[in-house]
Design a protein around this ligand. Structure first.
Ligand code: NAD
Length: 482
């Protein structure tokens, strides 16, 4: 069978923070899967770099354990040994002087160099500066930076400035793993590859759009970070904003990194400030043997939100008057990320009032079970006259594509895009800053007012006020369909 893999050139991938949680859970398993897919060509290498004192041999043991813990199936011995043979480790303190020569000795001049900063953002500037000062990077090298990218506009601008001093924008890959999801890219394929949707994709035909990212997990283990971030900074400013951009943007002239990112930027800039009464913040309480948010962050008076729902508007021709409802939270009833596009009712029902109100809905399910569903109205079967019901046209990728649907996960795809030099699915500096420029006044607003998040029971849909946000507009949050 012809390979469906897009070839990549040989590379050296240096993972700063190579012993950390993200590296172990996501980056190393992703690289192993790409290795198995033949995408570590030639003498490509992965070099872990972190503060811990380890030999390369001990690091390989750590990698083997991480793979055993985080891959769905235990890797076979020969493949694992071949992968581990491609791995090295250097002990480096990003702010110290040792280890840099060892790293230089491991890098090969003929290979693409990518430096993955899987460390806290306070190290980004130091690492970028040091990599340059040590002569480890040229103009073809790339750096990958993790979220959080800033705490507000000011810190994001300073981070951008620190990176811009050392690297050109075309070398900087700000990762948002939501953009690496198959369905998120399918959103663009569905919108711009089909004639069906785009003519209707505007305020004339769409009643409103909802985006929900619901998690069942709490913040235990990440309490310190989360207490200072909250749902607005942790999810809304980046992941939810990116989903909003893809659903609302104009068609780019071509599928090219800057063309796509230009259109996303215009969406963020078109966002109106959000009215305070269109924002609902919540905080989970203890339930079913799990601690409350305040216990998880070890702060009995915490005013940080673990849930946020808001209604926002875009001031542009396409979307004038169409509300976008966004909600995200932890310790909710189910783990589910979905976007629902709710079309308007038909302008006139020829079937009379008794047939009820019916409209089309397009649901894009990002997790779990990625897929797209279109609800269409049909006649209810039977001899009871012309009664209408809505049924889903289901495009479950797993069913439609079989094993082909089981493609690379987000980190695999995004890391390979870094190696290929394709920035389409990465956030540009101006996008990140525009998102913070919209987010900052919202946060400042509730800080000035001293707003306290509403408590909500764990494993529910969040605070009741979030339902009210839609109900007072005559709408409802869509349930989880699968
Ligand atoms: P972690 O605390 O588990 O690991 C941090 C890593 O950085 C360790 O390998 C440590 O040795 C290294 N490190 C710390 N200080 C260093 C220094 N001065 N010099 C060199 N190395 C140093 O953190 P993590 O959970 O792996 O997160 C790493 C980054 O990724 C953070 O910015 C985090 O916000 C982000 N992130 C993590 C996740 C996740 O699921 N863990 C998800 C998204 C983003």
């Amino acid at each position: 069978m012809e390979s469906r893999e897009n070839p990549v050139d040989p590379f050296d991938l240096v993972v700063f923070g190579g012993t950390g949680d993200l590296a172990q859970r996501k980056i190393l398993p992703a690289m192993f899967k790409r290795f198995c897919a033949g995408q570590m060509p030639g003498e490509s290498r992965l070099i872990g770099a972190a503060r811990r004192e380890l030999s390369s041999e001990s690091y390989r043991v750590l990698v083997g354990e991480a793979l055993a813990a985080h891959l769905p199936a235990r890797p076979d011995g020969d493949t694992l040994a071949a992968f581990l043979a491609r791995i090295d480790y250097v002990q480096i303190d990003g702010r110290g002087d040792t280890g840099w020569q060892d790293l230089a000795a491991l890098l090969c001049p003929d290979r693409i160099r990518a430096f993955y900063f899987s460390v806290g953002p306070s190290l980004f500037g130091d690492l970028a500066q040091r990599i340059r000062a040590e002569g480890l990077a040229d103009d073809q090298s790339r750096i990958v930076v993790e979220k959080p990218f800033g705490h507000d506009l000011d810190t994001a601008q300073r981070l951008n400035a620190d990176l811009d001093r050392q690297f050109m924008e075309c070398q900087i890959y700000r990762i948002d793993h939501y953009l690496g999801k198959e369905t998120v890219q399918n959103l663009m394929a569905v919108r711009f590859g089909n004639m069906l949707f785009e003519p209707l994709w505007n305020s004339q035909y769409i009643d409103h759009i909802q985006i929900t990212v619901a998690e069942t997990v709490g913040v235990a283990g990440r309490g310190d970070y989360y207490q200072n971030a909250g749902a607005m900074r942790d999810m809304m400013q980046n992941h939810m904003m990116q989903l909003l951009c893809l659903i609302a943007m104009e068609p780019p002239a071509k599928f090219d990194p800057d063309a796509v990112r230009d259109e996303k930027l215009k969406v963020i800039r078109a966002l109106d400030p959000v009215e305070p009464h269109h924002i609902i913040r919540g905080q989970y309480t203890a339930a079913e043997g799990v601690p409350s948010f305040r216990e998880d962050v070890d702060n009995p008076r915490s005013k940080t939100e673990s849930f946020i729902a808001l209604r926002c508007h875009l001031s542009n021709w396409r979307w004038a008057g169409t509300p976008f409802y966004l909600r995200t939270g932890k310790r909710l009833k189910t783990r589910s990320s979905q976007i629902t596009v709710v079309f308007k009712d038909a302008p006139h029902s020829i079937f009379g009032r008794e047939s009820g109100r019916h409209n089309n809905e397009l649901t894009i399910q990002l997790q779990p079970d990625e897929g797209i569903t279109l609800d269409v109205t049909i006649k209810e079967p039977g001899a009871g006259g012309m009664k209408l019901i809505d049924v889903p046209l289901d495009m479950s990728f797993a069913e439609a594509l079989g094993p082909e649907a089981d493609g690379p996960d987000a980190y695999e795809r995004l890391i390979m895009d870094v190696i290929r030099g394709n920035q389409t699915l990465f956030m540009r500096n101006d996008e990140v800053e525009a998102a913070w420029a919209w987010t900052d006044p919202i946060i400042k607003g509730w800080e000035l007012r001293g707003d306290v998040p509403k408590p909500y029971d764990s494993f529910t849909n969040g605070p009741d006020d979030s339902s009210q946000l839609l109900r007072r507009d005559g709408r409802e949050w869509r349930g989880i369909k699968r």
